[in-house]
Design a protein around this ligand. Structure first.
Ligand SMILES: *[C@@H]1O[C@H](CO)[C@@H](O)[C@H](O)[C@H]1NC(C)=O
Ligand SMILES: *[C@@H]1O[C@H](CO)[C@@H](O)[C@H](O)[C@H]1NC(C)=O
Ligand SMILES: *[C@@H]1O[C@H](CO)[C@@H](O)[C@H](O)[C@H]1NC(C)=O
Ligand SMILES: *[C@@H]1O[C@H](CO)[C@@H](O)[C@H](O)[C@H]1NC(C)=O
Ligand SMILES: *[C@@H]1O[C@H](CO)[C@@H](O)[C@H](O)[C@H]1NC(C)=O
Ligand SMILES: *[C@@H]1O[C@H](CO)[C@@H](O)[C@H](O)[C@H]1NC(C)=O
Ligand SMILES: [Cu+2]
Length: 208
């Protein structure tokens, strides 16, 4: 069989079987196909059709918290958006600028997702995070997790924030005709704060 046919078969098998999960903060509900809640579709915007009032709300630091994803595709683009308020459906703050290109099948932990400056939140503010993964042709999958901003909440550390071997994420900066990727989360830098890594990337970006 021709290589291109094999690749096409592999790609369609992936689309049919994989999808992704949010491990932390706790997602609104399990939207993966085998679950009893299999009427949800990750293709559906927003939040795979899962309502925002199911009750699991995770405390998250006021200056941004950890995000742990369970990825099943060979690679995917990742966007993370935030909506402020209770049971929101409007995710109009981007938490990934630049967005990420993640490679590998397994767990990806982003130790600390940074928040936009001057976000109108305080201790106790409710919000929701929507993670969007995007394939090469723009096909998108959605999942959401509900959070409460808390002064006393902390980011994950140690074993709670582990990226699987073979999984990594690169920040994608698109400027003019040039697309540059740089690994920011990987096996060797799994505990590195993404904020620090992205700062490094910006420095790199300015110097070229
Ligand atoms: C929500 O929390 C309950 C109680 O802790 C737990 O049993 C349930 O599995 C959680 N839901 C999800 C989707 O993790
Ligand atoms: C899924 O939808 C079908 C048809 O609407 C319904 O009969 C079934 O009970 C639903 N399953 C769940 C787990 O909600
Ligand atoms: C990802 O890994 C799981 C378990 O290790 C495996 O079942 C699945 O086929 C893999 N998917 C891809 C796209 O490699
Ligand atoms: C986001 O939407 C909310 C209302 O849903 C609005 O109050 C807020 O100003 C919007 N923020 C941005 C940055 O668009
Ligand atoms: C994203 O990663 C995949 C696999 O590693 C690669 O084929 C693709 O070109 C990357 N995209 C960009 C914009 O760098
Ligand atoms: C943080 O504060 C809230 C509200 O005061 C409390 O309910 C919660 O248990 C505290 N969490 C931790 C980790 O101390
Ligand atoms: Cu999939």
């Amino acid at each position: 069989m021709a290589l291109t046919t094999a690749l096409a078969l592999l790609a369609s098998a992936q689309v049919a079987t994989a999808h992704f999960g949010i491990e932390y903060p706790t997602w609104r509900d399990n939207t993966l196909g085998s679950a009893s809640t299999s009427n949800y579709s990750q293709w559906e915007y927003p939040c795979a059709g899962v309502p925002g009032d199911l009750g699991n709300v995770t405390d998250w630091p006021l200056d941004g918290g950890s995000l742990v994803l369970d990825l099943h595709h060979e690679w995917t683009y990742i966007f993370v958006n935030l909506g402020l308020g209770e049971n929101v459906a409007n995710f109009n703050y981007s938490l990934t600028d630049p967005f990420l290109n993640s490679t590998g099948n397994g767990t990806l932990c982003i130790p600390k997702v940074t928040l936009p400056a001057n976000l109108p939140i305080q201790d106790g503010s409710l919000a929701s995070i929507q993670v969007v993964t995007l394939g090469e042709k723009g096909q998108s999958l959605y999942n959401c997790a509900d959070i409460r901003f808390r002064q006393n909440a902390t980011v994950l550390s140690g074993d709670a924030c582990k990226t699987s071997e073979g999984v990594s994420a690169a920040a994608i900066e698109i400027g003019g005709t040039k697309t540059a990727g740089s690994t920011v989360v990987g096996v060797n830098v799994g505990v590195l704060a993404i904020v620090a890594a992205l700062t490094g990337l910006f420095v790199f970006g300015l110097s070229v």
